[in-house]
Design a protein around this ligand. Structure first.
Ligand code: SAM
Length: 280
C-alpha cells in the first residue's frame, strides 16, 4: 500500500481554506466583529463549553498551562481560578482584548498573553519555560502541520491536548450546499482530526483519541445581526440579491427565536487527541 502523506493533505487543504476565506467583505459589514459573537457563544452558561473540555483534561493547582489560540478565554478563563499560571497565545488582538475583559481581577495576574500565531512563536525565546500542559483547542489554523505538532511536543513538560473536529458540524454541512452559490467559490472541507492523529503516528508520537459532541449556540439581539454575522464569519458576501435571499431563507429556517434573542444552534463533532511527552 502506498504511504499517505498526511502532512501534505493537511497543508494543501489549509491553503485552500485560507484562500476561500479571503473573500472580500461588503464594506457595510466592516463594523461587525465575529470575535465578539464567538465570545458571546463560549462565555454563555458560565463558560460551559470550556468547562466540558477541561473536565476531560488532567491538571492541578500547581500546573502551568500554555493555551494556544486562546480566543476570548474558553479554557483560560475557567482555568484561571484552578491553576498556577497560564500563557495565552493568540494572533488576534481583538481576541486577546476580549480575554483580558473576561478575566477576574483576582486571577488576571496569573495570565500572560502573547500576541502571535503559533508559527511565529519561538519556544525558547518567547516562552522560556516548558509548560506542564500544552493545549490547542480549535486553533491549528496553520499550513505546516509537521512544524505545529512538533512544536506542541517540544513546548510541553508533561501533557499535550488537541481539540479538533472529526467531521463537519451539521450547520456547516448544510451551509456548504449553498456555499458555491453564495460566495461564487468552490467549497473546501476543513481537514479533520483523523489527519492530525495519523500525522502524529508518522512523528513517532502514539496519542490517545476520544470522540465526543458539544452543543454550540450563537446568540444575537436581532435577526439582521445574525445574518450579517454569518456573512462575516463564513466570508460569504452573497454575489447578488438572489443568493442574499437564499442565505436569509436558510438562516431563517435554522434559527431559534426565544426570549427576544435569536439563536443558531449546532452540534460540533470533536476529537480530543492527547499524549504524555514522556511516554511516546
Ligand atoms: C475557533 S477559535 C478557538 C478559541 C478557543 N481556543 C476555543 O476553544 O474556543 C480559534 C482561535 O485560534 C486563533 N488562531 C488562528 N490562527 C492561529 C494560529 N496560527 N496560531 C494560534 N492561534 C490561532 C484565532 O485567532 C482564534 O482566537
Amino acid at each position: 500500500m502506498e504511504d499517505i502523506d498526511w502532512f501534505s493533505l493537511w497543508n494543501n487543504s489549509m491553503d485552500k481554506v485560507f484562500s476561500n476565506f479571503n473573500v472580500k467583505h461588503d464594506s457595510s459589514l466592516s463594523g461587525l466583529d465575529a470575535s465578539r459573537d464567538y465570545d458571546r457563544a463560549v462565555s454563555s452558561d458560565d463558560w460551559a463549553i470550556g468547562r466540558m473540555m477541561l473536565d476531560m483534561m488532567e491538571y492541578d493547582e500547581g500546573s502551568s498551562i500554555l493555551d494556544i489560540g486562546c480566543g476570548p478565554g474558553t479554557l483560560t478563563v475557567p482555568l484561571s481560578s484552578e491553576v498556577k499560571s497560564i500563557t495565552a497565545i493568540d494572533p488576534s488582538k481583538k481576541m486577546l482584548s476580549l480575554l483580558k475583559g473576561n478575566l477576574s481581577k483576582e486571577n488576571a495576574g496569573k495570565v500572560t498573553t502573547i500576541n502571535k500565531a503559533w508559527n511565529q512563536v519561538d519556544v525558547e525565546r518567547d516562552l522560556g519555560i516548558r509548560h506542564d500542559v500544552v493545549v490547542s483547542s480549535f486553533s491549528i489554523m496553520e499550513n505546516d502541520l509537521r512544524a505545529a505538532l512538533s512544536k506542541f511536543h517540544s513546548a510541553s513538560d508533561n501533557l499535550v491536548y488537541i481539540f479538533w473536529n472529526n467531521r463537519d458540524n451539521d450547520l456547516d454541512r448544510e451551509l456548504s450546499l449553498l456555499w458555491e452559490d453564495i460566495t461564487g467559490k468552490e467549497h473546501v472541507d476543513v481537514p479533520k482530526s483523523d489527519i492530525i492523529y495519523n500525522a502524529l503516528l508518522d512523528l513517532d508520537i502514539y496519542p490517545n483519541i476520544k470522540n465526543f459532541r458539544m452543543q454550540y449556540s450563537f446568540i444575537y439581539d436581532s435577526f439582521k445581526d445574525l445574518v450579517n454575522s454569518f456573512k462575516v464569519m463564513y466570508g460569504c458576501v452573497p454575489t447578488d440579491s438572489v443568493t442574499d435571499k437564499q442565505l436569509i431563507d436558510f438562516l431563517d429556517g435554522w434559527h431559534r427565536h426565544e426570549d427576544e434573542k435569536h439563536y443558531i444552534d449546532f452540534m460540533l463533532y470533536t476529537s480530543m487527541i492527547w499524549w504524555d511527552v514522556h511516554e511516546v
